[in-house]
Design a protein around this ligand. Structure first.
Ligand SMILES: Nc1ncnc2c1ncn2[C@@H]1O[C@H](COP(=O)(O)OP(=O)(O)OP(=O)(O)O)[C@@H](O)[C@H]1O
Length: 681
């Protein structure tokens, strides 16, 4: 295809983003170089991958590299690669639009506050467009590998509303991005400056980044000397994949930089773990726990954060088979020594090696979290924690039981199980684990339903608010340690908000008796807890399900009084059942209420009204549930029923109020209002 010079508009979001990039990222402008080198390196990775099946794509240049050069006279800086290149159509598509999921939401969250926006943009990743932080014009020239020289493309834009594309002849494969620097960005026309930025941000890039050597030339006739280019290119980065280097040779800064590079996050990660695993399945893993949740965390289809390499060759981004979905927040790299280079996504799903990697990596991540939870205590008393987990000093960790093909490095790790116990033992108010939990706790809970093998470990990592603790810091183990004598269950309630949970009528008897109840307000709680019926031998019991059974916590006198009340209330119950037969499955007398006249419960094992409501809101089929109405026979309003001439109205009000108290809405709100008003006048 040949294209005559054409002007095209940017997608609206790009134009908006560009405006922001130039205004908000100014204080951190040098990141443009990291982004452009990272794109160049990705392009080389892509070529290497496509060339596995089509070696001809290498043409006569099998050595992949990135060259950075500058021209002080023209005030330009050029980043050139001999990677996969762009076809004309690809240049139009990729450099004029943003194809990322979550773009709309991202745009809508921008506030106009530069600092906050810079943070958001950092998380979103501006990639190529970051060039406009320092350039008032960018020229991209490219030819895709495999296409003839005449099908090159030139893309030019001043970063305003549009860009121009044109056909060029370009013998060399790959892409060169030339930045026409703004006057205030001339500092980048300096070899030392560029070298220092490259070693800061891009040392770990696995291909050589070359710059032209300069040397000092004395001036003639006593005139001052100057640096001149020699025509010889030399690598300015270490050019070996960071994860393949020995741990002892990698500094924390390098780990953090690598994270920022692969995640496009501005913030340092909370923790990382770097290991080489040997045994039946050999691989290197470098996994990070971010400090901040991305915007699309809730999308379970969102791309995973782990890149797959095979023997240092990049294979794919977002390799979802490498970690379970509930760990989709983890970023990092897994480099397998066993998988074939031409492995496809489908093949990954079935591979035994991948299964072993997935199990090993899952355990490693859980181990990191356990360590964070354990360290939580320590870090509140000591300072200077740098986020790095001490993961043992050995270079490589042998698999404990290679015979079963599953390499379990985590259990080899000296203090992992200790960590788990300590994590369960200590509550945490602040610090890294609390930070992690606030961002990702709800996602972690999905693991209860998704990862049966690790359910116990996940359960130990969970934290909740409770009727006696405002912060989300109570673990099941904390709860158990505080259980009353004679208490046989871990009690919890699910509700839409903390306030609704805390004030729920179902809690009254527990409060009266001083029994702690866990308050669960994440949407996922109800679903996740279906998969956790007990914690270390103690059953979990929803206080809004089934008849209240306080077991040994209820004394004989109370039991007797309750039975008598139920007996004498029987005729009234019959009348209530009749009046509410369309709404309530049953009506019974309860001992769980102290101050409220009535509440709704569901049958044991049934879906809670809260979950049914959530499903309905989400447009999913939910069974038509009829809850059980439980009444407090001691309450004046209930006592009044007996003699009231408005029995029918009162009965309905009782039911609808119980529904309101738990965050629901009467089926016929107008009828409810009418009934209340009739009683008020
Ligand atoms: N040097 C290059 N060679 C080939 N294609 C490139 C190059 N630079 C950019 N591209 C193409 O342009 C697209 C957009 O680049 P951009 O940096 O904006 O986003 P990205 O790299 O996809 O995302 P992110 O930077 O957030 O990882 C890339 O996906 C790639 O297809």
């Amino acid at each position: 295809m040949t294209l005559s010079k054409t002007k095209l508009p940017f997608q609206a979001e790009v134009a908006q983003l560009l405006h922001l990039v130039t205004h908000s990222l100014y204080s951190n402008k040098e990141i443009f170089l990291r982004e452009l080198i990272s794109n160049a390196s990705d392009a080389c990775d892509k070529l290497r991958f496509e060339a596995i099946d089509q070696p001809a794509l290498y043409e006569d240049q099998p050595a992949l590299e990135v060259r950075v050069s500058f021209d002080p006279a023209a005030k330009t800086l050029t980043i050139a690669d001999n990677g996969i290149g762009l076809s004309q159509q690809e240049a139009i598509d990729n450099l004029g639009t943003i194809a990322k999921s979550g773009t709309k939401e991202f745009m809508s969250r921008l506030s106009g506050d530069q600092k906050a926006d810079a943070q958001l943009i950092g998380q979103f990743g501006v990639g190529f467009y970051s060039g406009f932080i320092v350039a008032d014009k960018i020229t991209v020239e490219s030819r895709r590998a495999g296409l003839p020289a005449e099908e090159g493309v030139r893309w030019v834009s001043a970063g305003a509303g549009d860009f121009e594309v044109d056909t060029i002849t370009r013998p060399q494969r790959g892409t060169s991005v030339t930045l026409h620097l703004r006057d205030d960005a001339e500092e980048y026309l300096n070899l030392w400056k560029l070298k220092s930025i490259i070693s800061k941000y891009s040392d770990h890039i696995s291909l050589p980044i070359l710059m032209e050597k300069e040397e000092w030339k004395e001036g003639e006739d006593n005139k001052g000397g100057r640096m001149v280019k020699t025509g010889e290119w030399e690598p300015v980065n270490q050019a070996n994949a960071l994860w393949s280097r020995p741990k002892k040779d990698i500094t924390d800064e390098q780990y953090v930089e690598f994270y920022k590079n692969i995640s496009h996050d501005f913030e340092a990660p909370l923790a990382w773990s770097h290991n080489r695993v040997e045994g039946n399945t050999e691989y290197t893993q470098l996994l990070y726990i971010p400090a901040k949740a991305p915007m699309d965390l809730w999308n379970r289809e969102k791309s995973a954060g782990v890149k797959l390499y095979v023997k240092r060759v990049f294979i794919m981004d977002d390799a979802e088979a490498l970690l379970p979905t509930y760990l989709r927040f983890v970023k990092g790299v897994i480099d397998s020594a066993d998988l074939p280079l031409n492995v496809s996504r489908e093949l990954l799903q079935e591979s035994r090696d991948v299964k072993a990697i997935r199990e090993g990596s899952t355990k490693r991540v859980l181990g990191m979290l356990e360590d964070l939870a354990k360290k939580q205590r320590k870090t509140t008393t000591s300072s200077g924690d740098d986020g790095k987990l001490d993961i043992g000093s050995g270079e490589s960790v042998p698999a404990p039981n290679p015979a079963d093909g599953v390499t379990d490095v985590v259990d080899k790790n000296a203090d992992t199980s200790l960590a788990a116990e300590a994590a369960a033992e200590y509550g945490d108010e602040s610090g890294k684990y609390a930070k992690f939990y606030a961002e990702f706790g709800a996602v972690l809970k999905e693991g209860l339903g998704e990862d049966f093998a690790n359910r116990e470990r996940i359960a130990k990592l969970l934290r909740f608010a409770s009727s006696t603790s405002d912060t989300v810091s109570v673990s099941f183990a904390d709860y158990k340690a505080r259980m009353k004598e004679g208490q046989e269950a871990i009690y919890y309630i699910t509700a839409e908000t903390l306030a609704a949970a805390r004030n729920s009528p179902q809690l009254e008897i527990f409060r009266k008796k001083g029994i702690e109840v866990l308050l669960m307000t994440d949407r996922v709680d109800e679903w996740a807890l279906n998969y956790l019926t007990e914690f270390e031998g103690t059953p979990l019991q929803s206080v809004a399900k089934g008849a209240v059974d306080l077991g040994k916590l209820q004394d004989e006198a109370e039991k007797k009084a309750a039975e008598e009340a139920a007996e004498s209330f029987k005729p009234m119950l019959e009348r209530l059942k009749e009046a509410l037969k369309d709404k309530a499955e049953d009506v019974r007398v309860t001992t769980r209420l102290v101050d409220s006249p009535a509440c709704l419960v569901v049958q044991d094992g049934g879906m809670s009204t809260q979950l049914a409501r959530l499903l309905k809101q989400a447009g999913q089929p939910a069974p038509e549930l009829k809850p059980v109405l439980e009444v407090n026979a001691e309450h004046p309003l209930v006592k009044k029923l007996e003699t009231s001439p408005h029995f029918e109205d009162l009965a309905n009000i009782l039911f609808d109020q119980a529904l309101l108290a738990e965050g629901g809405l009467p089926a016929d709100p107008a009828a409810y209002v009418r009934r209340v008003n009739a009683l008020l006048v």
